[in-house]
Design a protein around this ligand. Structure first.
Ligand code: FAD
Length: 459
């Protein structure tokens, strides 16, 4: 059944569109929905992408929440087979159980929230705080099955349909609907993390600690204080962590204790409160320069999952996230310029994160990660002023030969996207004509624009 919806949003809540929505439980229902809708389709996982890469204005969304079965798990090798709508939260809860000695199978790559589906993680080829060690999600997916718009179900791997395999990893849902996939988990010595936090005073200090952490620390990421300017640009708190051996630690992350149930009319996250939050967070370690503690993995790997619906705190207009990755030669100066620019506009960002990415290459043609530094910033949507700031950030990224992350984007131009993606022309050949997205029609130069859809028409 296809229903009409204006409730399918992306995480940033800045775009509001109408969609026709189907919830197929398998390939036959998905094909029936594609034929009945007669408009471009797009898979929709949990809508944890921030901008419009998971949206398909006036088109069909194939919601994957009914593709939620675990197919097989081999405890000898850690190879998991599951349908694409299974979430990483589900994998952590049902598969990652510790043995008597505390060791456990664990996803090699986890993004900053566990509420993403395996299909969504593959389509954005997500990365985690350990990119310098493990690369991106697609590096751990040896194969999957893909439903194409013409009804064919294709096995894809490095050997079977290798071009579709490479195009679908990081392929933004444009090559078809992933039905199920294989994921290689890895053995960790325990589910608790030994976490060290270090106060940093500048960007140079971030780079020094980051370089020093690469060999000995599995997870490494820094929060940056967005108020800092001049020589203090880049100051913040560097966090690094390793799995600690031992039998202690909770089996699965707890449910969030706090919830934002409604969108407040006056958004609590405004310039003043953001500046205050930055100041408070920066003083978190008190007088200490370093702290060391043992922690369950969830608060370290998914700190924002502690407050369900925190994205509503930006109010009805929502927010944008800007994330770019910049190659090693130009990254330091470009990051400094971006942070200085954001501070000069007074557009506070509470979530400003810096991380060094590693050399491990993904098989994905359009994969976002590359060696260098990635910077992510949340910016409240204040209309044209915010869009113009984002354009200026794009200009810095382009000049530095970097790229912008589509999973976080809702406004970059086709030329910015193309400038950062040398694999784009090759990728186009694998795009399924029955699939499209709002992102692709803007940034991919796709001409198969969907006709406006009325809710009555879709119902
Ligand atoms: C708090 C937070 C922290 C985050 N931290 C990180 C991070 O550290 N690193 C990172 O890389 N990302 C991060 N993200 C982004 C998030 O991991 C990605 O956007 C992820 O892809 C969202 O998954 P989803 O299941 O919600 O998919 P959606 O957002 O619904 O869809 C994402 C894309 O996947 C496609 N897709 C979904 N299912 C399928 C399928 N079955 N077949 C084909 N295509 C499919 C969609 O069409 C769309 O193009 C974060 C997001 C949040 C909200």
């Amino acid at each position: 059944m296809i229903r009409a919806s204006d409730r399918h949003l992306a995480w940033g809540r800045a775009h509001r569109h109408r969609h026709a929505v189907a919830r197929p439980a398998g390939p036959a229902e998905a094909v029936a929905a594609l034929r009945a809708a007669g408009r471009p389709a797009l898979a929709y996982g949990r809508g944890r992408s921030y901008g419009d890469s998971c949206l398909n204005a006036d088109g069909l969304l194939l919601e994957t929440d009914r593709l939620d079965r675990f197919v097989a798990f081999d405890p000898a090798t850690g190879l998991l087979e599951a349908q694409a709508g299974v979430t990483l939260a589900g994998v952590l809860a049902h598969v990652c159980r510790p043995a008597a000695d505390g060791s456990a199978w664990f996803p090699a790559v986890l993004p900053g929230t566990r509420w993403v589906t395996l299909g969504g993680a593959l389509a954005n080829d997500v990365h985690g705080k350990n990119h310098h060690r493990e690369g991106s999600f697609g590096c751990h997916v040896p194969g999957f099955t893909l439903l194409r718009g013409d009804g064919r179900v294709l096995a894809c791997s490095a050997l079977d349909n290798p071009e579709l395999y490479r195009a679908t990893i990081g392929g933004l849902g444009l090559t078809g609907l992933v039905l199920d996939l294989k994921l290689r988990l890895r053995r960790v010595p325990g589910l608790m993390l030994a976490v060290e936090e270090i106060r940093t005073g500048s960007l140079d200090e971030f780079y020094a600690i980051s370089a020093e952490s690469e060999a000995g620390w599995e997870y490494a990421v820094a929060w940056v204080d967005c108020r800092a300017r001049g020589r203090e640009v880049g100051r913040g708190i560097f966090s690094r962590a390793n799995h600690a051996p031992g039998p202690i630690g909770p089996v699965a992350p707890p449910e969030p204790r706090l919830r934002v149930p409604l969108t407040p009319p006056f958004p609590p996250l405004n310039r003043l409160t953001l500046s205050l939050l930055n100041a408070l967070y920066h003083r978190r370690l008190g007088w200490r320069r370093r702290t060391l503690r043992l922690s369950p993995y969830a608060p370290v790997l998914f700190p924002l999952d502690a407050i369900a619906g925190w994205n509503r705190l930006y109010g009805r207009r929502g927010f944008y996230q800007y994330q770019c990755v910049l190659p090693p030669g130009s990254a330091r100066d470009a990051v400094a310029e971006m942070l200085d620019l954001v501070a000069s506009t007074g557009e506070g960002s509470f979530l400003a994160v810096l991380k060094t990415m590693g050399e491990r290459r993904s098989p994905g043609l359009l994969s976002f990660p590359m060696p260098g530094t990635t910077l992510a910033l949340d910016l409240a949507n204040r209309g044209p002023a915010t869009l113009s700031l984002l354009d200026r950030l794009d200009a810095i990224t382009r000049a530095a030969r970097g790229r912008v992350y589509p999973a976080k984007d809702g406004r970059m131009s086709a030329s910015t996207f193309a400038a950062g993606q040398p694999g784009l022309e090759r990728f186009r050949a694998s795009v399924d004509p029955a699939f499209s997205s709002s992102f692709w029609r803007r940034a991919g130069g796709d001409v198969a624009r969907a006709e406006p859809l009325t809710l009555a028409e879709a119902a």
